[in-house]
Design a protein around this ligand. Structure first.
Ligand code: UGA
Length: 489
């Protein structure tokens, strides 16, 4: 089947490359000519693990080509609409790009077209699309409109395409359902043939949920809002843990062991970000208002999330007292690991607040620095986490990149001005960090202070007095630090 994908962003390009990988012929289109040129030359506009090789392999094999939206609409019998639906000022999704694609289809296509809405859109958009296509139809075009929400996560989108939890098809004609089944047949029938894993997860039946278009559209917004709610919930519980002296890691394990709840999306932190949850949550609240439903639950989810950056900066201030003139190392800028995406990244929000308080920032992120520079030109970008930590008064961990798990603590201890690690993602165990001579502050846990051993050369070192209001003792500067008991010979 000749498939066209309109929009070469995170969703469109991944969908196009994966559909080509399973054997379809795919035309991927974008109205940005510069992006098209770069894609044709093999340069991707963003980082997504495995996508680069997938695009190369399939363009070389002739299954994937890049072109203009008009050509893609003329040639594709199934057209995936994957254009952006950014938030308007009032939180509603801006559907102008979708409307524009619909008008081009109605005015240029001939014969039959399956129009597949993959962009995240408010409920009833497929119905509007259908009406719009009918109104602007000039060539007696026959068409169906299908809603096929995507559930790809940035950073693992290729794997998610090949191993979906479910495929949702909102369609109202048997021809449309049959075509959609044909498109996804390779994924449904051979889920283990995947370009990501050397050994794929065990094969299982992938639920194919066929429903009406309104229901399919609601599945998408409700799924993202539910996951966002789970995160805000665990963040609330983390606050309670800090206040009561409990450990959120154990509490989350205890909650998530209930199969009805599940372990995933119970990691507390600096709040959810990215281009999906914050905007989809807002859009869903607006949808609720329009439908006359009380979605105040979701407004609270949003409020809790907006407070996370402020609360994290308060943690930093509690430890450093005054931020003006302090040098702060920031590890991680992307909204999550394995992506270079900094849209609505909580890390950027935190950095802006620290700058406003007069701190200077040295940041490192394995992939997102180029994109962060456009938004935050005023900070120092470093080539490694160690370079960022040079003479730092504190290290803040804001994205849980895998490479941050492998720290040479001895080098780090010699690099910083003050051994304080504030872990916004609970990447480390307090014991591990304290054993290396660092003070540790996580999320939903009590802060941990290094217990100094007696100096070997002189008299006993007395523990420093507690800082009023912080509940913890400061650690002596790295230069004068004693060797922690655990690392003494
Ligand atoms: C999300 C959904 O997970 C996808 O299913 C959906 O297709 C996608 O949005 C979309 O609508 O396009 P994504 O935004 O790529 O995917 O990333 P997630 O892994 O869901 O993480 C979102 C945010 O939540 C990140 O900032 C992450 O750090 C945060 N998060 C996630 C937590 O703070 N705690 C958690 O336990 C999990």
């Amino acid at each position: 089947m000749q498939i066209s994908v309109i929009g070469a962003g995170y969703v469109g390009l991944t969908t196009a490359a994966c559909l080509a990988e399973v054997g379809h012929h795919v035309l991927c289109a974008d109205s940005d000519l510069d992006k098209l040129k770069k894609l044709t030359a093999g340069r991707l506009p963003f980082f997504e693990p495995h996508l680069d090789s997938l695009v190369k392999r399939n363009t070389t094999a002739g299954r994937l080509q890049f072109t203009s939206p008009t050509e893609a609409i003329e040639k594709g019998s199934a057209i995936f609409i994957c254009v952006g639906t950014p938030p308007l000022e009032n939180g509603e999704a801006d559907l102008s790009a979708i409307e524009s694609v619909a008008r081009t289809i109605a005015s240029t296509a001939r014969g039959y077209r399956l129009v597949i809405e993959k962009s995240t859109v408010p409920v009833q958009t497929a119905k509007r699309l259908w009406k719009h296509l009918s109104i602007y139809n000039v060539n007696a075009l026959e068409f169906d409109v299908v809603s096929n929400p995507e559930f790809l996560r940035e950073g693992s989108a290729v794997g998610d395409f090949f191993h979906p939890d479910r495929i949702v098809i909102g369609a109202e004609s048997s021809r449309a359902i049959a075509m959609m089944k044909e498109i996804y047949r390779p994924v449904l029938t051979s889920p283990s043939a995947c370009p990501v894993h050397s050994q794929c997860p065990p094969a299982r039946d992938i639920p194919l949920i066929v429903t009406d278009t309104n229901s399919a559209e609601l599945v998408k917004h409700a799924s993202n809002s539910f996951l966002a709610m789970k995160i805000s919930f665990i963040n609330l519980v983390a606050d309670a843990c800090e206040a009561a002296g409990a450990d959120i890691v154990k509490v989350a394990e205890g909650i998530g062991s209930d199969k009805r709840i599940g372990q995933s999306f119970l990691n507390p932190g600096i709040g959810f970000g990215g281009f999906c949850f914050p905007k989809d949550l807002q859009a869903f609240v607006r949808i609720g208002e329009k439908l006359g439903c009380d979605f105040s639950l979701l407004k609270e989810v949003e409020k809790i999330n907006l407070r996370r950056a402020e609360q994290f900066v308060a943690k930093v201030k509690k430890e450093l007292w005054v931020l003006r003139g302090k040098s702060i190392a920031v590890w991680g800028l992307a909204f999550k690991p394995d992506t270079d995406d900094v849209r609505f990244a909580p890390a950027l929000n935190i950095v802006r607040r620290l700058l406003a308080e007069g701190a200077s920032i040295r940041a490192y992120d394995p992939q997102a620095m180029q994109k962060a520079k456009d938004e935050l030109p005023e900070i120092t970008y470093c080539l490694s986490q160690y370079e960022a930590a040079q003479q730092a008064d504190a290290i803040l961990v804001l994205t849980e990149w895998d490479e941050f798990r492998h720290v040479d603590w001895d080098i780090l201890a010699k690099t910083v001005a003050h051994p304080l690690l504030i872990d916004g993602r609970n990447m480390y165990s307090a014991d591990q960090v304290v054993a290396k001579g660092f003070q540790y502050v996580g999320i939903g846990k009590e802060p941990q202070v290094v217990q100094f051993a007696p100096l070997r050369t002189g008299g006993d070192r007395l523990p420093c007095p507690p800082v009023p209001g912080s509940g913890v003792s400061p650690v002596a500067p790295a230069s004068s630090r004693a060797i922690p008991a655990q690392s003494q010979p």
